[in-house]
Design a protein around this ligand. Sequence first.
Ligand code: Z5A
Length: 205
Amino acid sequence: MRKGKFITVDGVEGAGKSTQIDLICSYLHEKSIEVVRTREPGGTEVGEKIRSVLLDVDNQEMHSDTELMLMFSSRNELIQNKIIPALNEGFWVVSDRFTDASFAYQGGGRMLDLNRISELADWVLGDFKPDLTLLLDVSVEIGMQRIEARAAKDRIELEERAFFERVRSVFISRSESFPERIKLIDASGSVKDIQSKIRVLLDSL
Ligand code: Z5A
């Protein structure tokens, strides 16, 4: 029995997901809502091991289907062992990325067949889906500028700009296909402006 709410936050690199999730968690705490914060890929002991394989720059030869299936393997661990138990206990769960990222990165970026990704999603998730997905949308250029100062890039961040343009375009088209669940937020403004827009959506939950 699902008692808590499940919120996911997604977008291209540097959109400000981590920054806004910190603020979301504080806001929910202020409202006396108990929150479990997690991330994808990762979030569980097994999932974090899968994450390190996925992001390891030495794994350049990884096949795109392998990458897709590892994303969903990590997701399965997270849903079964962390998200569902937490929701059933009444916690709200906030995840830094979720299934929409597989459509955007593996479908858009890697150009894998979106129908095959849907089949995998049906298998792993069934009817399970977030109550709310916050899609933080910024241009690839702004996102890249924001993360420029980082010391090292992971395997996926090494992709060329066209890859991230395709990622962004699938994210936007999913927000148009699922307007009830996925709320596109212009994330090019200040942290405070974005936070205000997100609070309105959280209040509606
Ligand atoms: N991936 C995938 O391919 N398929 C999947 O199914 C899933 C994931 C689930 C891991 O992602 C990688 O896995 C990711 C997608 C892929 N690959 N790539 N590339 P991740 O979530 O761990 O890492 P990330 O996407 O690269 O996130 P990020 O770079 O950490 O960005 P962020 O969390 O959105 O941004 P941030 O850390 O909050 O902010 C970045 C900087 O901008 C920081 O200095 C902030 O202070 C600054 N910032 C934040 N907001 C603002 C505003 N509003 N104005 C100005 N500056 C700001």
